[in-house]
Design a binder for this molecule. Structure first.
Ligand code: C2E
Ligand code: MG
Ligand code: MG
Length: 415
C-alpha cells in the first residue's frame, strides 16, 4: 500500500515536469462509502481485501500513467498527469463512477459501494502538493454534501480556508444575527412561539444562508461555538419577552453539538443567566440526527426533557426516522418538513401523506407543526386535518429578533 509521502513525491515530480512544459495535471480524491461497513460486518481482513479490490478497480478504469494511492481506510488519491482541461478530469471521474455501478465481487458476498470524488487541478487550484490535496479533499466534502458523484474545486464556493476564519471571527465577535419567525396555534390563530434562526452577512461573501454555514460548522470544530452563540443570543432576546408568559422559543440544536459533552449543562447555565424557564424552550433536532446516533441522542434529549424543555423533531418526513425511533424518543412535537407542506396544494398524494403524519402524531401524543405554509389554502387544509401549529411566510417571515421584540412588547403594553 502506498502512503501519503509517496503521493506527495509523485505530485512534486508532476509539478517539476509541468513547470518546464507549462502542462497541467489533476489530483482526484475518492471516498468509497461502504468499506467501513464491510469491516464491521465481515471483519478487518475482508475489509482490507475489499480495499485492495477497490484500488485495482480504480487502476483498471484509468490510464496506465495515472497513479493510485490508498490514503485512508476508505479514501484514495489519484494523480492524473497530462490533463488537457477540466473535462479530462470529469471523464476520469465518469469512468470511475461506472466502475462502481456493479457490486464488488471477489469477496464472501457481493457488496455495493458508492463513491464520491473531488478534483483539484494544477496550477489553477494550487502550486504545491499539500494545497492540491487539501483542495481536492474540500471538493470531495462538497460532493458528499451535495450528494453528487464528483465536484471540481471551485475557489468561490469551496474556499473553506477563508470561510472558516471569517465565520470563526464572526461568531466570536457576535456578528451573527438572530431572527425570529412566528409559530401560530392553527385553531386559535394566536402566535404561541417563535423559532430562532441564525443569519450571517459576511463582508466578503454577502448573505450566507444558514443552510450553508450550519452544515459547514458541523463539519469543523465551529459547531460548539455556534451552538453556544445560538443559545445565548436567542435567550438574550427571549428574556424580556418571557415575562409576558405568552411565547415559547424554539432553538435549532445541531446533532453534532449533542455528541460534545456539557451541552445540557451549557443550556442550563444559559437559562439561569438569562432567567428563562426551561419550559419556555423547544429544542429542535433534525430526524437525521436521531437516526445517526440513537443511543446518545436519546440520552441527551432525555436530560433536556427532564429539565422541562420540549423536544421537536425538525424536518420530519424527509429523512430516515422510522416509527420505532419516534417511539423511543422523548419528543413532544413533530415538525413536518416544508417540502411536504409546500407541495400539498398541488399534489393530493402529499396532502394525504401529511394527513397521515398528523394522525400518527396524534396517536403518539405528539403535537404537530407544519413549516413552510405559504398560502391560506394550505393553512386551512392543515387546520382541518388537525395540525396543531403552523409556521411559514404566510403567517410571518423571519425578522431581526430585536425588531420582533420591540413590536411584540409594544403590542402587549397596549392590551
Ligand atoms: P429549519 O429549522 O427547518 O428552519 C426553517 C427554515 O425554513 C428557515 O430557513 C426559514 O427561513 C425557512 N422558512 C420558513 N417559512 C418558510 C416558508 O414559508 N417558505 C420557505 N420557502 N421557507 C420558509 P433558514 O433560516 O435559511 O434556515 C435553514 C436551516 O438552518 C434551518 O432549518 C436550521 O436547520 C438551520 N439553522 C438556522 N439557524 C440555526 C442555528 O442558529 N443553529 C443551528 N444549529 N441551525 C440553524
Ligand atoms: Mg428548525
Ligand atoms: Mg425544518
Amino acid at each position: 500500500m502506498l502512503n501519503r509521502p509517496a503521493l506527495f513525491d509523485v505530485i512534486e515530480q508532476q509539478i517539476a515536469a509541468c513547470i518546464g512544459t507549462g502542462g497541467s495535471f489533476a489530483v482526484l480524491m475518492l471516498r468509497a462509502h461502504g468499506l467501513r461497513e464491510i469491516a464491521l460486518r465481515f471483519g478487518y481482513s475482508q475489509a482490507e481485501h475489499a480495499g485492495e479490490i477497490v484500488q485495482e478497480l480504480i487502476g483498471m478504469s484509468l490510464r496506465p500513467i495515472d497513479c493510485v494511492f490508498q490514503i485512508g481506510d476508505d479514501s484514495y488519491a489519484v494523480v492524473l498527469p497530462d490533463m488537457l482541461g477540466r473535462n479530462h478530469g470529469l471523464l476520469a471521474a465518469a469512468r470511475l463512477s461506472q466502475a462502481f455501478e456493479q457490486p464488488l465481487v471477489g469477496m464472501e458476498a457481493p457488496w455495493q459501494l458508492r463513491i464520491s470524488m473531488g478534483i483539484a487541478i494544477y496550477p489553477e487550484h494550487g502550486q504545491d502538493a499539500e494545497l492540491l490535496c487539501r483542495r481536492a479533499g474540500m471538493a470531495l466534502d462538497e460532493a458528499q454534501r451535495r450528494r453528487e458523484p464528483c465536484v471540481i474545486y471551485q475557489p468561490d464556493e469551496t474556499q473553506v480556508e477563508v470561510f472558516y476564519e471569517e465565520l470563526r471571527e464572526a461568531i466570536e465577535a457576535n456578528h451573527l444575527q438572530v431572527f425570529f419567525q412566528p409559530v401560530h396555534d392553527l385553531l386559535s390563530k394566536r402566535m404561541v412561539a417563535v423559532e430562532s434562526l441564525a443569519r450571517w452577512t459576511s463582508p466578503r461573501h454577502g448573505e450566507v444562508s444558514p443552510a450553508r454555514f450550519v452544515p459547514f460548522s458541523e463539519q469543523s470544530d465551529l459547531i460548539s461555538a455556534l451552538t453556544r452563540w445560538s443559545i445565548n443570543a436567542t435567550l438574550r432576546h427571549a428574556a424580556p419577552l418571557c415575562a409576558t408568559g405568552e411565547l415559547s422559543f424554539a432553538i435549532n440544536l445541531s446533532p453534532r453539538a449533542f455528541s460534545r459533552p456539557g451541552m445540557v449543562e451549557q443550556l442550563k447555565g444559559a437559562l439561569d443567566v438569562w432567567g428563562v424557564e426551561p419550559t419556555a424552550i423547544i429544542a429542535e433536532v433534525t430526524e437525521t440526527a436521531l437516526a445517526n446516533d440513537l443511543e446518545s441522542g436519546v440520552q441527551v434529549l432525555g436530560q433536556l426533557r427532564d429539565m422541562g424543555v420540549r423536544i421537536s423533531i425538525d424536518d420530519f418526513g424527509t429523512g430516515y426516522a422510522s416509527i420505532s425511533y419516534l417511539h423511543r424518543f422523548p419528543a413532544t412535537e413533530l415538525k413536518i418538513d416544508q417540502s411536504l407542506v409546500g407541495s400539498m396544494q398541488d399534489d393530493p398524494h402529499t396532502s394525504r401523506l401529511v394527513g397521515a403524519i398528523i394522525n400518527m402524531a396524534r396517536h403518539l401524543d405528539l403535537a404537530t407543526v407544519a413549516e413552510g405554509i405559504e398560502n391560506q389554502v394550505t393553512q386551512d387544509r392543515l387546520t382541518d386535518m388537525g395540525c396543531t401549529y403552523g409556521q411559514g411566510f404566510h403567517l410571518g417571515r423571519p425578522e431581526p429578533a430585536a425588531n420582533f421584540a420591540s413590536r411584540f412588547l409594544a403590542g402587549h403594553a397596549q392590551r
